[in-house]
Design a protein around this ligand. Structure first.
Ligand SMILES: *[C@@H]1O[C@H](CO)[C@@H](O)[C@H](O)[C@H]1NC(C)=O
Ligand SMILES: *[C@@H]1O[C@H](CO)[C@@H](O)[C@H](O)[C@H]1NC(C)=O
Ligand SMILES: *[C@@H]1O[C@H](CO)[C@@H](O)[C@H](O)[C@H]1NC(C)=O
Ligand SMILES: *[C@@H]1O[C@H](CO)[C@@H](O)[C@H](O)[C@H]1NC(C)=O
Ligand SMILES: *[C@@H]1O[C@H](CO)[C@@H](O)[C@H](O)[C@H]1NC(C)=O
Ligand SMILES: [Zn+2]
Length: 505
């Protein structure tokens, strides 16, 4: 009962409970109805008051969802790589695609764009060299001169020359594509038999695309293209986790972290000026959790400086890389306490609980993230196993960034009806839906993840109010100041009303 007592309907619940535990042998149907309503009111969107038009749209959605659930090949129950074509043709998906979804709060820099763009655009530019590594992966570099050989990689091949010799470049392009993404047409469970195998491929794919994306001209176009893809998917705001790597030019010279951040700022401004119904983007500076203590200390100091100098574009700081094999947050506690010690502002947006290693040092990250005053929790897949962390997250409004497709592809859950966020959504825990690394998973934007959330773990009972609340959450739990949140909310509301009126009849 302790949980129920915290809810707005605590008094009602207690009354019902008290009479139910009395002497009645056949429960009263009215009480049953009241309990059902009570539960429905507790879910995400359960308190949302709907307009007439929203109710009409909801009736349509409900019908669509019932038909979807009846399918023998129910997409959320399948691996996303197999489900993708089914989802793409689903009427619910096309509605979710049109729906203004607010912000995408958990997306990584180097996988925000569909990988096909990298193959068809970046690798077709002049001066692009490729080599084959010992471990059957590939590396790229752009260079005005013949580049120096890499260790454990074949001699460089100029792609222009290679393509000129081929009659048909489809196979080459497909093999490049295969290296840049985890997506596969083969049986995903055969290709990726374990978490270790898929994380290894994931890291190889990042190394493969690194030389493409960190080339200055590609870097700019890539980010612009990334914003475009989210915009086309009716997302109006992005918080991008970015490594802010050194970016190189054709002559081999390179730019530092500050240049990279400024470039994000410039392109964000340009994009927003050209698309007035796009709200903007902010950057969460990230570092790989594999670094040592002295590197981490330096990076945190750098982050504090960037946060001070670029407070409009900088949202805060986070650690990336596989939690299970990297160092836990606690290991870095001295470095991560520097901002508070020095009286500096550096909001944290920690990945935590992206694991099924229950009870290990890594599994402790959730509580440690909260101890370090994280503003949100990336993934929080393990949250249900941490009642104290869950309680703090709820009370402090530390939203969980749920990334369903990512969790399935990275093998934390098979059937998305069983995702732990089902429980979180049933009690309106603060959460947002995001797409993590859409380019790696063969998606773009946010709609596929919204589909899995809404149709998969949202269950038949989540409705238009749930979708509305999820979109509103993405603004409410963003890093924007209260004034900017208000502006963003007004823009979103205009787009939402238009969407509802266009689709409710
Ligand atoms: C790549 O995209 C950029 C920006 O959209 C465009 O200007 C350029 O022509 C494209 N290049 C190729 C080779 O497709
Ligand atoms: C190139 O090869 C692919 C696959 O090998 C094939 O599907 C495609 O039709 C070919 N394209 C042309 C223009 O011959
Ligand atoms: C990566 O590229 C190499 C070289 O083209 C190719 O042999 C290999 O099959 C590709 N890997 C994937 C997963 O597509
Ligand atoms: C930490 O890592 C950096 C970069 O890899 C290295 O240069 C440095 O020597 C390391 N420091 C310690 C104390 O191991
Ligand atoms: C977290 O917040 C508490 C309460 O405001 C404060 O005492 C503590 O120093 C903060 N810790 C960090 C690491 O920011
Ligand atoms: Zn992530």
């Amino acid at each position: 009962m302790a949980v129920l007592l915290q809810r707005p309907h605590a008094a009602v619940a207690c009354l019902l409970w008290c009479s139910l535990s009395g002497v009645l042998s056949i429960p009263d149907p009215r009480q049953r109805e009241a309990l059902i309503r009570l539960e429905a009111s507790m879910q995400t969107g359960g308190q949302m008051v709907l307009t007439d038009a929203e109710q009409r749209l909801n009736a349509l959605l409900f019908k669509m969802k019932q038909e979807e659930v009846m399918r023998a090949d129910f997409p959320p129950a399948m691996h996303f790589f197999k489900a993708r074509p089914l989802i793409k043709n689903s009427p619910i998906f096309s509605l979710l695609h049109k729906m203004p979804k607010g912000g995408a709060l958990h997306v990584h820099d180097l996988s925000m764009v569909d990988m096909e763009w990298l193959v068809k655009n970046a690798t077709y530019r002049p001066h692009c060299y490729m080599c084959y590594t010992d471990s059957q992966s590939i590396r790229f570099v752009f260079s005005s001169q013949w580049p120096k050989a890499l260790p454990r990689c074949s001699p460089w091949i100029l792609l222009e020359n290679l393509r000129a010799k081929l009659v048909n470049t489809t196979d080459l392009d497909n093999s490049i594509m295969g290296n840049l993404t985890l997506f596969t047409d083969q049986d995903p469970e055969t290709v990726y038999p374990s978490q270790d195998v898929i994380w290894d491929r994931f890291e190889q794919a990042f190394l493969a695309l690194w030389g493409l994306v960190t080339y200055a001209p590609v870097f700019r176009d890539y980010y612009y293209e990334g914003l475009t893809q989210f915009y086309m998917d009716n997302v109006m705001y992005v918080e991008l986790r970015a490594l802010l790597p050194e970016i190189y030019e054709l002559d081999g010279s390179s730019h530092d972290t500050t240049w990279t951040l400024k470039t994000y700022q410039e392109i964000t401004r340009q994009f927003t000026a050209e698309h007035p119904d796009f709200f903007g983007a902010r950057i969460i500076f990230t570092v790989h959790r594999g670094v040592n203590m002295s590197v981490m200390t330096g990076v945190v100091e750098k982050a504090m400086k960037l946060q001070r100098d670029f407070s409009d574009i900088m949202a805060g700081f986070d650690l990336v890389g596989r939690e299970d094999s990297g160092r836990p947050l606690w290991y870095f506690r001295d470095a991560l306490s520097l901002p508070v010690e020095k009286g500096a502002t550096l909001p944290f947006f920690f990945h935590a609980g992206e694991t099924d290693l229950e009870g290990t040092e890594v599994d402790q990250n959730l509580l440690d993230a909260l101890l370090l005053n994280t503003s949100r929790i990336g993934h929080g897949f393990a949250l249900l196993r941490h009642p104290v962390a869950k309680d703090i997250s709820r009370k402090r409004g530390v939203a969980v960034e749920v990334c369903p497709i990512s969790n399935q592809v990275m093998m934390l859950v098979k059937d998305l009806r069983n995702h732990p966020a089902a429980a979180l959504m049933s009690e309106n825990h603060p959460l947002v839906i995001s797409s993590d690394d859409p380019g790696m998973f063969g998606t773009s934007g946010l709609s596929y993840d919204f589909y899995e959330a809404f149709v998969g773990f949202g269950g038949i009972r989540s409705h238009i109010g749930s979708l509305k609340e999820l979109a509103i959450n993405s603004i409410r739990y963003s890093s924007l100041t209260p004034e900017l949140q208000e502006k963003a909310m007004a823009l979103w509301q205009r787009r939402w009303d238009k969407f509802v009126s266009e689709n409710s009849s």
